[in-house]
Design a protein around this ligand. Sequence first.
Ligand SMILES: Nc1nc2c(ncn2[C@@H]2O[C@H](COP(=O)(O)OP(=O)(O)OP(=O)(O)O)[C@@H](O)[C@H]2O)c(=O)[nH]1
Length: 324
Amino acid sequence: MSKDAEITFAEHDENFRAGFASFVGRPNAGKSTLTNALVGAKVAITSSKPQTTRHTIRGIVHRSDAQLVLVDTPGLHRPRTLLGQRLNDLVVDTLSEVDVVGFCLPADQKIGPGDRFIAGQLTKLPHKPVVALVTKTDTVPRDSLAEQLMAVDQLGREHLAGEGKQADGFAAIIPVSAVAGEQTDVVADELVSMMPLSPPLYPEGELTDEPEAVMVAELVREAALEDVRDELPHSIAVVVDEMIPREGRPEGRPLLDVHVSIHVERDSQKAIIIGRAGSRLRAIGTAAREGISKLLGTPVYLDLHVKVTKDWQRDAKKLGRLGF
Ligand SMILES: Nc1nc2c(ncn2[C@@H]2O[C@H](COP(=O)(O)OP(=O)(O)OP(=O)(O)O)[C@@H](O)[C@H]2O)c(=O)[nH]1
């Protein structure tokens, strides 16, 4: 973000609110899509594959009366690997610093052990308001939505009520469809009402403060996730090795060289990513390059390398090197 942008109290109403909110929920619960719908631009990566959001990505909602900084977190889930454990720790750390937590529960899926696990984790944050967001309401008929709302209320009362915890379960329960654009304003209003009185935290127009390299890596990862199945999505980590302007380009025709490594855990996975005669890797490159050019506002030459980093999810040193 631009550090030189000055913001002063005087320019803003004394009732202005600003603060941080974070969405949690099982993989695929709709957190990224909701973030994007609220922010109005593509900042978090969405995909139908679970666990695509590994990095804490902020989207910023600018309103005349408030600024809402959304911290998008990875899915909280029962840890099975070292990576899983680290991600959970990261999520709980993040949550302890935000003003309100939005717990996303898809309308089209019954509440299950995964949701109860998350609700249990949220009790580690005793004084934090938790708003339940029943997502994807466009996918279910009205009567099953009503049932889901009651089940969610029950979940809140079971986990977030009682001494030392939230007094009455969830602070609010809001049905929303990010895809149909229904009730997203109600979600924003509710989250804003829980922000402290504060001047804006970021300059106007800022959408995210995620470092560009992380967003570039996420765009490549999103492209690599297209059409891959089973355990492969969890085995892909993407690192931007270098981004440098090409030298000797003609005036007004810049080109950015972007060097990216796609790490997988096994040789067989490397073969899948590369595809027959390199066809999949080329498709990944084409798809990602377009998004990266748009993001950075300049033509890019994208150089992709696929590397096998054996069992990186279970190796503390390798995790560190890949930025976890
Ligand atoms: N019909 C419908 N689909 C939705 C809605 N919100 C999200 N989806 C779809 O649900 C899938 C998962 O959405 P994401 O926003 O990526 O979910 P997430 O919770 O961020 O997922 P992770 O990053 O894996 O934790 C995608 O295929 C979305 O298009 C919605 O309001 N309606």
